[in-house]
Design a protein around this ligand. Sequence first.
Ligand code: ADP
Ligand code: VHF
Length: 382
Amino acid sequence: MARVSAAALSDRRLLPEVRRVVVKVGSSSLTSPDGPLDPERLRALVDVLAARVNGGHQVVLVSSGAIATGMEPLGLARRPRDLATQQAAASVGQGLLVAHYTRAFAAHGLRVGQVLLTADDTMRRTQYRNAQRALDRLLDLGIVPIVNENDTVATDEIRFGDNDRLAALVSHLVHADAMALLTDVDGLYTGPPNREGSRRIAEVRGPKDLDGIDVTARGSGVGTGGMVTKLESVAIATASGIPVVLTSAAQVAPALEGADVGTWFAATGRRASTRLLWLAYAARTRGRLVLDDGAVRAVVERGKSLLPAGVTAVEGEFEAGDPVEIAGADGTVVARGLVAYSAQEAPALLGRTTAELRADLGEGYDRELVHRDDLVLVRRRR
Ligand SMILES: Nc1ncnc2c1ncn2[C@@H]1O[C@H](COP(=O)(O)OP(=O)(O)O)[C@@H](O)[C@H]1O
Ligand SMILES: N[C@@H](CCC(=O)OP(=O)(O)O)C(=O)O
């Protein structure tokens, strides 16, 4: 079978050739309109994915639906809103969901492995190699990993809540050639899909193509993020060199065959370091550095390290090495970085030049507040 590397995947028609694809399916694509899991829809999806795996390809399935599946056994008519009940529903539903997948893939002679992850597991240096090793081994063994967020241990502060961004991080983790986001609409529309005049966008080559697109309409009752988190997921994946196809679960077969269905998002960047990805998308910041206008320009436009001279205020409690937000005078966050000094040390350095610091405090205090290598720019939201 011909193989195409991710770098060559500039054209969706090559999708049938690539080796490793991450497929994310949302709750709304697995449930009937009033909530409970619809085993027929799950089976239809598995039929397509199993055919791809049996054809010699690798598929990592990121599946939502644990909470939706747990609703019926718990007698819940609506998706719970509080974290504890969501965790209880996920705990009950996840086992049932994986049991359905196990049966459906077994009908094609395939085995599945459950993988529950938190955002930190996909990026924190100490944890991600472990997850990477396990996923690689499962794939080498011909097993289909079924990934979900570890809802019962992820606290409100650190959990994603939606699986869209988790899928992008998993795609990065496993070096996927492409990602497919499956939902209940057949692609990205120019506005709410049911509004008259909204039309499907067939291809997005870069962020500029998203100008004027309205994604504010709420999604289904069982899903979480709507289109907003899907576009965030797309931004993470494409910026790391992974193209994305977004479509409905019903169209997964033509989408993976590279047909003109859904929306194709071309890769815009190259694989980034996992550490910087963690800093940009998952790390919890411990404080904030406020910059004058000159420093904002130096960091954002000229790619410089952040020196104490351009910082006007320090907020929060952090140790040296912690993630912090980097904001302009008007409060707009422009970057995130790993700060080189603690919240105790930093205020004494502010507004002072490197030469002054060296003269007054000695060698060691003349270094950057945030080194360029420890800094990621935050994309402006449209
Ligand atoms: N511009 C848009 N194009 C397509 N869908 C949109 C747009 N804006 C909002 N949406 C909504 O996003 C929803 C999909 O998100 P969601 O319900 O969270 O699905 P999932 O459970 O698959 O994650 C669609 O049902 C759709 O109504
Ligand atoms: N981990 C959760 C995912 C939450 C959710 O609904 O996500 P999604 O349907 O992808 O917007 C679950 O399995 O229920």
